[in-house]
Design a binder for this molecule. Structure first.
Ligand code: NAD
Length: 504
């Protein structure tokens, strides 16, 4: 159903909640022990999802199904063209159901409906892109190793992949991983964050409709400390593809090392937008506001630090504060709302405690700084000034609509400040001067540097972090290769000289 028309919140909430089961070996199942979990909308505080909640036994069943499907099933042995056909059918299935998916995302995550819709459409594009890679995965050959030798490097699917995702962009993030793993011929066990499982379960329905063979994609709703733990440690898992916090990610890497799994980690960020005095003023002010309030600041890529050149700092900050006052916060089902609810109560508390900590450390709350007094969990657009590099608010990921403003004098200071946290996910540079932009872009330690823009992405461009923002890259033309092993075929042609008993 097309929800882009005006939605009546009361009507939406009066509908029965979505019911989700576990997808194991091609069939929907209840949890072995009958456990269930409910999800309440963070904006409306009503139950919007009821799920079978997996435990250890369910996780082991799902891993066994994925193992069987990899070792004996058709999927890894199919032609790339056949896998591409299934991926394209999934992309089309997503687009057919985009309005239902978007509504589910909004109800569980709290983000405005138009933004959910854009997320779903962007995700469908990733499935289409992965379909092209499924037909282009090839190895290498060396015909330069001498007359008797031919070298061929094969790319083989790595095996069974655990895919663990967070709650901030549930559908986009599973779509940054799953289609690429499938394109390579892997089989998978997928665990969405327990608070936003709906759209990933709906994706399971779309996958079955598209003809994915049994056991190739298994979906588990469940807690990280229970189901996630099994997915990270089980010896039958060959690779872990994880997106989430740096803290949980580090523990997952350590635990997966017991069985030396390959890992792909997309973790946190404290991303600077560097504003030079010769910037395009309106564009930079707009990007500062968009960069921090998009998805209520619950983005790994959030522009949570503004580094402003001293001579324009006061005027620029004032402009950002004025523009921030215009940002519409509220019920994500209402058209025109730009910032919805904070997704979990725990996150709400985390954000408020970061604001209070910054206040105590001597920063000034130039705007906002509190919970919005209404039904649902909302935080006011917040701008903190007087921030110095040593303060926690300048270094730690807040994951909320809280902007920290710092100042610098020269290019060198800006680069040093940009690189002064343990993260390295993304950054932006705002200047009309080519040399300034390129010098900063080349010296900032981040996986993505935007130049005179912010928070844009394309399937063709790799995404990932330096340092404690992660390991590896997603998207781009090498995305499927990440889910493979390289195998060398070293072939000898003609008679071979015997080493042990040289011929007389
Ligand atoms: P989180 O680390 O708490 O949880 C992420 C996932 O890990 C969830 O599915 C969770 O259930 C699971 N998990 C929790 N404990 C686990 C364990 N012991 N073993 C295995 N799995 C476990 O993160 P979150 O709060 O859901 O998401 C917010 C974080 O994600 C932020 O730090 C954000 O920066 C990061 N993030 C990064 C990117 C990126 O691409 N770099 C994108 C989005 C979000």
């Amino acid at each position: 159903m097309d929800h882009s028309k005006l939605l009546n919140t009361a009507d939406v909430l009066a509908r029965p909640p979505f019911v989700g089961k576990l997808l194991i070996d091609g069939a929907w199942a209840d949890a072995c022990d009958g456990s269930t979990r409910e999800r309440r909308s963070p904006a409306h505080d009503t139950v919007v999802g009821v799920y079978a909640e997996a435990g250890v036994v369910d996780a082991e069943r799902a891993i066994a199904a994925a193992r069987q499907a990899f070792d004996h099933g058709p999927w890894p042995r199919m032609k790339g063209a056949e896998r591409a056909r299934v991926l394209r059918a999934v992309a089309e299935g997503i687009l057919l159901r985009k309005h239902d998916l978007a509504l589910m995302e909004t109800l569980e995550n709290g983000k405005p409906l138009a933004q959910s819709l854009a997320e779903i459409e962007g995700a469908a594009d990733l499935w289409h892109y992965a379909a092209t890679l499924a037909r282009n995965l090839h190895g290498d050959s060396y015909n330069t190793l001498g007359e008797n030798t031919l070298g061929v490097v094969l790319r083989e699917a790595i095996g069974v992949v655990s895919i663990i995702t967070p709650w901030n962009f549930p559908f986009l993030i599973v779509s940054q991983k799953l289609p690429f793993a499938l394109a390579a011929g892997c089989t998978t066990v997928v665990k969405p964050a327990e608070v936003t499982s709906g759209t990933t379960v709906m994706l399971g329905e779309i996958l079955l409709d598209a003809g994915i063979p049994s056991g190739v994609v298994n979906i588990l709703v469940g807690r990280g400390s229970v189901v996630g733990e099994v997915m990270v440690t089980h010896p039958d898992i060959d690779m872990l593809s994880f997106t989430g916090s740096t803290g949980v990610g580090k523990q997952a890497v350590a635990k997966s090392a017991q069985t030396l799994k390959k890992v792909s980690m997309e973790l946190g960020g404290k991303n600077p937008q560097i504003i030079f005095s010769d910037c395009d003023w309106d564009a930079a002010v707009d990007a500062a506001v968009y960069g921090i309030y998009f998805n209520a600041g619950q983005c790994c890529n959030s522009g949570s630090r503004i580094l402003v050149q001293a001579e324009i700092a006061e005027r620029f900050t004032a402009a950002v504060v004025e523009r921030s006052k215009l940002v519409r916060v509220g019920d994500p089902l209402l058209p025109g709302v730009q910032v919805g609810a904070i997704t979990t109560e725990r996150q709400l508390e985390t954000i408020l405690s970061h604001i209070n900590g910054a206040r105590s450390a001597g920063a000034t709350v130039a705007l906002g700084g509190a919970r919005v007094d209404t039904r649902g969990m909302y935080v006011e657009p917040t701008v903190m000034t007087g921030v110095t590099a040593d303060m926690a608010i300048a270094k730690d990921e807040v994951f909320g609509p809280v902007l920290a403003v710092l100042t610098f004098t020269a290019l060198e200071d800006a680069i040093a400040l940009a690189n002064s946290t343990l993260y390295g996910l993304s950054a932006s540079v705002w200047s009309q001067d080519f040399n300034t932009c390129m010098t900063a872009a080349r010296r900032i330690k981040a996986g993505t540097v935007w130049v005179n823009t912010f928070l844009e992405g394309h399937a063709e461009l790799p995404f990932g972090g330096y340092r404690e923002s992660g390991i590896g890259r997603e998207l781009g033309r090498f995305a499927t290769e990440d889910y493979t092993e390289a195998k060398t075929l070293h072939m000898h042609l003609g008679a071979r000289t015997d080493w042990y008993l040289p011929k007389p």
